[in-house]
Design a binder for this molecule. Structure first.
Ligand code: FES
Ligand code: FES
Length: 162
């Protein structure tokens, strides 16, 4: 069965026709939106590649039905840059060399944003814990954790006016 839903995606309002078994990840990446920055890996909730923000909280969009997102605000990786300028977390990932395979990176960056929005100065342990659901299968987490630390320091310096 198909139904119209209303969503705010990256600060734009949409009314979209969705199938009752369509996931949010499929909707984002599909022809109506073409937001392919959200990746699909396991489609089982295990890898975190499909992480987006729903009302500011990180969710695995492969586990959320599009209909469940009705009325909510979604942020994808495409929504982080503003006025042609990358978000500081995106810059930190580049500066730390943390954009490794690239496939898991959008989900990692959105997970980092959800963490720093509630805990602007996390310890390395807290960062590791936050990333439990985001798998890196290639080179490891060292640079990814460094990137989150760099982003947190940048945020703190900005707030201090440095
Ligand atoms: S694709 Fe959603 S958690 Fe892996
Ligand atoms: S950086 Fe993507 S799997 Fe490791």
């Amino acid at each position: 069965m198909k139904k119209y839903i209303k969503l705010n995606i990256n600060s734009t309002e949409y009314e979209l026709l969705v199938n009752d078994n369509e996931t949010l990840a499929q909707l984002l990446r599909g022809p109506q939106l073409n937001l392919t920055g959200t990746k699909q890996g396991c489609e089982l909730g295990d890898c975190g590649a499909c992480t987006v923000l729903m009302d500011g909280k990180a969710v695995n969009s492969c586990l959320v039905l599009a209909m469940q997102a009705n009325g909510h605000a979604i942020t994808t990786i495409e929504g982080l840059a503003s006025n042609g300028k990358m978000h500081p977390i995106q810059e930190a990932f580049i500066n730390a060399g943390a954009v490794q395979c690239g496939y898991c990176t959008p989900g990692m960056i959105l997970k980092a944003k959800s963490l720093l929005d509630v805990n602007p100065n996390p310890s390395r342990k807290e960062i590791r814990e936050a990333f439990v659901g985001n798998l890196c299968r290639c080179t490891g987490y060292f640079k990814i954790i460094n990137a989150v630390e760099i982003a947190a320091k940048g945020q703190a310096n900005k707030e201090a006016g440095n």
